[in-house]
Design a protein around this ligand. Structure first.
Ligand SMILES: Nc1ncnc2c1ncn2[C@@H]1O[C@H](COP(=O)(O)OP(=O)(O)OP(=O)(O)O)[C@@H](O)[C@H]1O
Ligand SMILES: [Mg+2]
Length: 379
């Protein structure tokens, strides 16, 4: 039987739609659920784009969690200081509790400092919450109120803070100790601290001198096994009257070292290119690849435009080599006509900080596989 779901392309990017479109992660989900049910706080650490945020969403959707807890998810990647974090957190809480009738009554009993953001629609009488960054006059006070509110919630809360390492970028030096003390005062609320910068996350949670030392159980993510992803992708095709050639699926898995985001991007495009009743073969890969790069070209150019000439030159050198082991070695510098080891180091810093380049075990590469290929071919 051919499935005719409303959403026709079953490969999603950047969103969690539901269990039927989510591949595997059964063990990871089970582990995370178990930690939560046992009241443990968790640090979830894995390289970017492997599926951390997806795993949190999927965990929140499990029956054992969704019926028993109020699950709150906040991504602090774009926040620059505690004030912005407090804004994001208050909005995330309202998002989690805002469907309940009269949610605002209890919320504003606790969070008096944000009452300015509360409005009742003149026509429908519906409550809404809308604050500007300037409305948070005293972030320390507001965050305390938010934590008190979570603790007093009818069902216990789970707060997942995604890209938690961002707190290290805040100008206030005591943020970590302050948040740790708030977390410590909670007896009913569980926390998931999620992050992709291994080095920083490890320092936050495993350094004896740091406030969060020994306060969490850690969990990491590995790529979904090839066999499992290939089966999932094949099933998504066949349920919708299309066939995915096994060799094509395996090639895609290998191209991206099993990194979920890129595989999903490719599969989404491959699915779109395949007509009903047809077989998606290995020949489709080049078309799909070109289409993705074409769709991203403007974004790539914007990134390049924002780089200093030395950063651009270094980026192109990394792209040409694909992976670089001795990035300040004289061989690398000479071959790519870069100036010196110190200028490479200076150019590298912002590329790493802005997640354009990544380093795992001393090996550097460009994060985005498509961007890397675009650079290697076009520049
Ligand atoms: N198990 C899965 N099955 C299908 N798609 C998934 C799965 N896990 C994640 N995805 C998809 O893969 C992409 C990357 O996942 P996600 O955003 O969860 O990764 P992440 O590790 O949080 O990445 P980032 O570091 O960029 O925040 C998303 O488009 C998501 O929808
Ligand atoms: Mg994420």
């Amino acid at each position: 039987m051919i499935l005719r779901d409303e959403i026709f392309n079953p490969f999603f990017i950047g969103r969690y739609i539901g269990k039927q479109y989510f591949c595997d992660r059964e063990k990871d989900t089970e582990t995370l659920v178990r930690h939560i049910l046992n009241g443990r706080n968790v640090a979830l650490i894995s390289p970017r784009r492997l599926g951390k945020s997806g795993l949190i969403r999927h965990t929140f959707a499990q029956d054992a969690i969704k019926d028993r807890y109020t699950a709150i998810y906040v991504d602090i990647y774009a926040t620059k200081d505690l004030r912005e974090m407090v804004k994001a957190l208050s909005e995330a809480i309202v998002k989690a509790v805002g469907q309940k009738k009269s949610w605002h009554e209890k919320f504003f009993t606790f969070i008096k400092s944000l009452r300015v953001g509360f409005h009742l629609d003149a026509v429908s009488g519906e409550p809404s919450f809308d604050i500007g960054i300037g409305d948070i006059e005293n972030p320390d006070r507001t965050i305390r109120e938010l934590f008190d509110y979570m603790e007093a919630s009818e069902k216990p809360c789970i707060l997942a803070i995604d890209e938690f390492q961002q707190i290290r970028e805040y100008p206030q030096t005591n943020t970590e100790a302050f948040i740790r003390s708030l977390v410590q005062q909670c007896s009913r609320t569980s926390f998931i601290f999620c992050g992709s910068k291994r080095h920083t996350m490890t320092d936050i949670f495993y350094s004896p001198a740091k406030p969060f030392f020994q306060s969490v159980i850690s969990q990491s993510l590995k790529p979904i096994p090839m066999e499992t992803y290939v089966e999932f992708a094949g099933r998504m095709f066949s349920q919708r009257g299309k066939i995915l050639d096994r060799a094509a699926a395996e090639t895609i898995y290998r191209m991206f070292d099993g990194c979920t985001w890129y595989m999903q991007m490719m599969m989404n495009e491959m699915f779109a290119l395949t007509k009903e009743g047809m077989i998606c073969t290995i020949e489709y890969i080049d078309f799909a690849w070109d289409n993705i790069i074409m769709a991203q070209e403007d974004r790539y150019q914007t990134i390049l435009y924002g780089l200093a000439p030395k950063q651009k030159q270094l980026l192109q050198a990394i792209a040409r080599d694909r992976t670089v082991e001795g990035i300040t070695s004289s061989d690398f510098i000479k071959r790519h006509r870069l100036v010196s080891a110190s200028s490479v180091q200076a150019a590298l810093k912002p590329l790493l900080k802005n997640d354009i380049v990544t380093c795992e075990d001393g090996i550097y590469r460009i994060y985005d596989y498509f961007f890397a290929d675009y650079l290697a071919k076009k520049h």
